[in-house]
Design a protein around this ligand. Structure first.
Ligand SMILES: [Fe+2]
Length: 151
């Protein structure tokens, strides 16, 4: 991706109202597939860390740990989810969203390493958006479809 494309992509990015308290995992968030629920809960722990940092307006060393956790999450979980969703009709689109997630995290990490100041706010918004729109919507839709088909 060229620099100008990256800029356009960022301009499209919407900032949303973020929760000021940590997100608590609710029963209704479960899809009742243990490896998925387990990793979605891990994601919420990571999200809560960045929300806390963002609330204190401090983007310090702790952010390196968050990037480390996110890369681990992407490497160990997203691929496993893709294997599970292989027979889902929207699989290719779902996989594309995962790839975009990885690209965005990589880009945020590069920006952080370059010392960009807005990385934490942008990351908090992006991860919260991922939680609301990907985890609670797309992943649930895929699991519900596969369950209906008897998987
Ligand atoms: Fe997913």
């Amino acid at each position: 991706m060229s620099l100008s494309e990256s800029y356009i992509c960022r301009k499209k990015f919407k900032y949303m109202k973020l929760p000021t308290l940590p997100i608590e995992w609710k029963e209704e968030y479960n899809v009742n597939i243990s490896f998925i629920d387990e990793h979605h809960q891990k994601f919420v722990l990571i999200l809560n860390k960045i929300l806390e940092i963002k609330n204190h307006d401090f983007c310090g060393e702790k952010v390196s740990e968050i990037f480390f956790s996110l890369v681990h999450y992407a490497e160990h979980y997203l691929i496993r989810e893709e294997i599970y969703f292989k027979e889902y009709p929207n699989f290719q689109h779902h996989q594309k969203l995962h790839n975009e997630f990885i690209e965005r995290i990589t880009r945020l990490q590069q920006d952080y390493n370059k010392g960009e100041v807005n990385v934490c706010v942008e990351m908090a918004n992006y991860l919260y958006n991922w939680f609301e729109n990907h985890i609670l919507k797309y992943d649930k839709e895929a699991v519900n479809y596969l369950k209906e088909k008897g998987h």
